[in-house]
Design a protein around this ligand. Structure first.
Ligand code: ATR
Length: 276
């Protein structure tokens, strides 16, 4: 890759950001398509200053990650309707970047990533889905499912957050005590339970997994979490955490470049870059 005066700048802005796999995914795509762009991790503590800085430096696009996905909305000139509905953005597109008077539009591609990842394995319309967790990721996943015509129920350790999420998206919630009695087609873990180093943990009892047709975990370290391993053994279709990361990135790439991204190469780059 040659960086020159015409190179387009892209970044992931977050705190922390050093572990992010997005740079390897997007830079692989740029190289494969011979697109003159470079994507760098930016450790940003003050997102207002960060967005201002990217505007002035002529950035074309940015991924926004923890903890800035909600705060960034107030810094955009325009907000895509779905980002408004979810209340969070993970993508910025800067227009007129060369003129120094760039405009910023905020999007959310997390819900698209989650839907695409699941749709490879199961039809969403008319299905019933249980979402574990009630944070930002849960909201995007639940929004996507509802938009695809699924019936959604959320369950969270802190019940009041599940109730709030259910109220804002107009879906169902259940208490942890009633988790075992839930029956449905799809189970999605959006919590950090099972993530390295706590790989012996699972957010759902193994013996109950046979009730679901498909199980997705958004945790990708390890790639096969205890939840996915137990689900696979019980005959469920499983969707690993790289799938959502990949497809949200694929959609970002389309928004930034207008080009069709090399999806398989991007997934391979993610797998290669995963910590051992
Ligand atoms: P994100 O934006 O990635 O979704 P978040 O907003 O911090 O992150 O949400 C993390 C989710 O994981 C929350 O639903 C959290 O539950 P609480 O609302 O009770 O905090 C859930 N979570 C994290 N650690 C958990 C644990 N050990 N057991 C159960 N749920 C956990």
């Amino acid at each position: 890759m040659t960086i020159n005066g015409s190179t387009q700048l892209f970044a992931i802005a977050g705190n922390p950001v050093h572990h992010s796999l997005s740079p390897v995914m997007h830079n692989t795509a740029f190289q494969a398509l011979d697109y003159n762009g470079v994507y760098v991790p930016l450790h940003i503590i003050d997102i207002q200053a960060g967005v201002q800085g990217m505007r002035h430096l002529g950035f074309r696009g940015a991924s926004i990650t923890v903890p800035h996905k909600e705060a960034v909305l107030s810094l955009a000139d325009e907000i895509d309707d779905t980002a408004k509905d979810i209340g969070a953005a993970n993508t910025l597109v800067f227009t007129s970047a060369d003129t120094g008077r760039s405009k910023v539009k905020a999007y959310n591609t997390d819900w698209i990533g989650s839907n695409r990842a699941l749709e490879q394995h199961i039809a969403l319309k008319g299905s019933s889905a249980l979402v574990l967790g009630a944070g930002g990721a849960a909201k995007a996943v639940a929004y996507g499912l509802l938009r695809a015509g699924a019936e959604v129920t959320v369950c969270n350790r802190t019940q009041s957050k599940a109730e709030d999420l259910a109220r804002s998206l107009r879906c169902n919630w259940i208490s942890l005590q009633n988790l075992q009695s839930y029956t449905g087609d799809i189970l999605i873990n959006t919590t950090t339970v099972g993530m390295t180093p706590h790989t012996d943990q699972s957010p759902f009892p193994g013996e109950g997994l046979c009730r679901f047709q498909a199980v997705m975990d958004i945790v990708y370290a390890p790639l096969e979490t205890r939840l996915l391993r137990e689900a696979r053994k019980q005959g469920c279709r499983t969707v690993d955490g790289l799938a959502m990361l990949l497809y949200q990135g694929v959609e970002q790439f389309r928004l930034w470049t207008g080009q069709e991204p090399p999806v398989q190469l991007m997934r391979q780059a993610l797998i290669t870059a995963l910590p051992a």
